[in-house]
Design a binder for this molecule. Sequence first.
Ligand code: NAD
Length: 432
Amino acid sequence: MDTIIRPFDQPVEPKTEWNSPMFRLAQNQFLNAAQFMGLDDNLRDRLVFPQRTLLVSFPCRRDEYSEVETVFGYRVQHVLTMGPTKGGLRYHEDVNLGEVAALAMWMTWKCALMHLPFGGAKGGVRIDPSKLSRAELQRLTRRFTMEIFSMIGPDKDIPAPDMGTNAQVMAWIMDTYSQQVGHPVPEIVTGKPLVLGGAAGREEATGRGLVYLIEAAADHLGLDLKHATAVVQGFGNVGRNTAVFLAECGVQIMAVSDVSGGIHSPKGLALPAVIQYVEQNGSLAGYPDADHISNEELLELECDVLVPAALQNQITEDNAARLKCKMVAEGANGPTTLEADEILRERGIFVLPDILGNAGGVTVSYFEWVQNTQEFAWTLEETNHRLHTMLLEAFRRTLLRSQRDSIDMRTAALVEGIDRVAQAKLLRGVFP
Ligand code: NAD
């Protein structure tokens, strides 16, 4: 029986600049874990807010020359104690300061859980990239890079891809930064194209890592993946790669979805055909050989492994009681609310929490940064071997903490991460 964690004693002051539902989720997860571990009050009050926040507005000229749109962008660095900060860059029409701050805080715990020498950061631009031409996307990216130029740097803060951004966007950031300093600086971003110093295996690392962890969790639960089924929400970088690697393990993929909705086949989907269809048509809409369902229906399908790999706030108190899976393996950041966590815990559904589940991405980003700074490239085999070793160690640490303290996997992962940051903060002391 898991220990019941009481809600934290002190409500979070709701009127801070970062206030948003997602930031409150990140704060409340942290405060619950802090209370459970008896974290020093001074440290708790320091870590519950990000250290640095930059909010910019800037012009983006459309291809129609007379149209100039004002766009909002953000960069948040949560903790500067552990090393340079590290975190993705999100392009989405709903991005806001609270969301970016929440993602930065989760990056801190994730890097600490993985024993990476980074603090957490995140960035975002409030825009729908699917509505931009390639030229518009490039202009937007270069101007945003200049707006946050003073805050980023290979020893300061290193961006990477997240929702709505990709290797090409990283290449434009790398080029813009390099033009400013007068020489190439590949280590300013990770998730770059291979020819610019990208790491073999980075593109698929988040999905690959999640599947390594699902294998370890299945082993722990006594679940035979060769006879297992999975449902995946989101068919972008994380969702698609997770589905592909799960299928390689013999798992039958029953349903997948994207922003246009979901597709389901009771016999299992033919994944290569689905991928080919999305490549040709841009989305799952109209896929011929499956039933079409909504994203809400998809989450409630019967399966062994449910993989939320799209947006935050998907598994809530409204649907958690109706989930019919044995394991939730979180590829997305923040897909499960606090209330839903409680329901999953009571129902005995095993959760691979986001800060562990999707940590493969930042881990291989770390490998890429190491290779760039040493100017020496590793093989894909070396990368995957090291990724596997590090993720399994983090899984074992988390599981051990969860069993020893009778706490759920999310709290255990948070406690592992927070404890490491707290130790570092105490050792460095307060300046001045
Ligand atoms: P992506 O842009 O490549 O793909 C996102 C997918 O989600 C697309 O298929 C899109 O159609 C779908 N989607 C968007 N809105 C949706 C909705 N309302 N319902 C269902 N599906 C919807 O993004 P990604 O890089 O795969 O990121 C997905 C999640 O994984 C995010 O939460 C991100 O923070 C997290 N993550 C990504 C990485 C990485 O390496 N890319 C690493 C760690 C965590």
